[in-house]
Design a protein around this ligand. Structure first.
Ligand code: AKB
Length: 317
């Protein structure tokens, strides 16, 4: 019999695609989507959905018991830019939802947990290029602090209680199906929408700000791969570095300009520039490659190709 899975935060940028991918893999009736708001029609119509606040322990526990859930993917989070505006709300959501799920696993009500960390765990004194798995991590953002604390909790629950929790540090994720919300890397999606709709874009980061990024298909593949591999293969119980590609806004604009020669970008950095400046430019993910055979597939040119093709033929514009 297939395992039953609960996704918390199923209607967000990652949750939407992850839910559909897991439903395709394990069966629509085995993957329960939940969020504090409803999602798109494909998600709502393809399987069970529960309105659920991930910070409410009792409500999460009830759903886990009702559906006899074995695995939880906790995708609910407040991202970096919004978290700077609402620090306490971000801390409440990002930490309490994680502790609730870890406690359910500690009490053997579920058997496996996926929780995403981020490149935001790193800070301005971390080595910027090829940032290693283990290095200085002095994050200066609310979001980064919550992700770093979350990583420590994951490692602690694994060591102390044997909780099978698995995690990756996502770079900025580029997708066309669902818009992101409140992140610093969101420019790398907005820019495609604007290239198609307006032929110009006002970028909130400087043109030479190089950040680690990944196409969503790679991120979903990594998430499912780490969850499916044998527990003994997972050597990092905090979170794994994960790399796709790295580029600057100017390089991304140039790749779009190969298809739209008249595309114009202006640069008007705002408070998100400070956040981006504190993050790495590129990531060394050799531990993930070694332990569970991770390898990304999409580079910038393939990503631009996919984004333009899919946005053109979808109604998300
Ligand atoms: C953000 O920009 O906040 C996120 C992230 C890098 O975790 N996309």
């Amino acid at each position: 019999m297939q395992k039953s899975i609960l996704i918390l935060g199923a209607c967000g940028q990652i949750g939407t695609e992850l839910t559909m991918a897991l439903r395709e893999r394990y069966g629509n009736d085995k993957v329960i989507a939940s969020d504090i708001r409803e999602g798109n029609s494909a998600l709502m119509e393809s399987g069970s959905f529960e309105l659920l606040d991930a910070t409410n322990y009792e409500a999460v526990e009830n759903i886990v018991m009702h559906y006899e859930i074995e695995e939880v993917y906790l995708m609910a989070a407040m991202l970096s830019a919004t978290a700077e505006k609402f620090p306490m709300r971000a801390w409440d959501l990002n930490m309490n939802s994680l502790l609730h799920v870890l406690n359910l696993a500690k009490d053997k009500k579920i058997s496996k947990v996926f929780w995403p960390s981020s490149i935001a765990v790193f800070g301005s004194n971390t080595p910027k290029e090829d940032t290693p798995q283990h290095t200085i991590m002095e994050s200066s953002t609310v979001y980064g602090i919550s992700k770093q604390a979350g990583e420590r909790w994951c490692a602690y629950y694994h060591k102390k209680y044997g909780v099978d929790v698995r995690s990756v540090r996502y770079p900025g994720l580029i997708s066309w199906k669902t818009l992101p919300g409140g992140g610093t890397t969101d420019y790398a999606i907005d820019i495609y929408h604007n290239a198609l709709a307006n032929k110009k874009y006002s970028c909130f980061l400087k043109q030479d700000t190089k950040l680690p990024m990944m196409y969503m298909d790679d991120a979903i593949r990594a998430t499912i791969a780490i969850m499916e591999c044998d527990a003994e293969a997972i050597k990092e119980r905090s979170s794994y570095n994960l790399a796709g590609m790295s580029f600057t806004p100017a390089e991304l604009a140039e790749s779009i300009r190969k298809r739209f020669p008249n595309f114009e970008v202006e640069y008007h950095p705002d408070f998100r520039q400070d956040i981006a400046d504190s993050w790495p430019s590129s990531i060394d993910d050799s531990e993930a490659r070694k332990d569970w055979n991770w390898k990304s597939e999409f580079d910038l040119e393939q990503t631009t190709e996919e984004m333009i093709k899919n946005l053109r033929s979808s109604d998300t514009l």
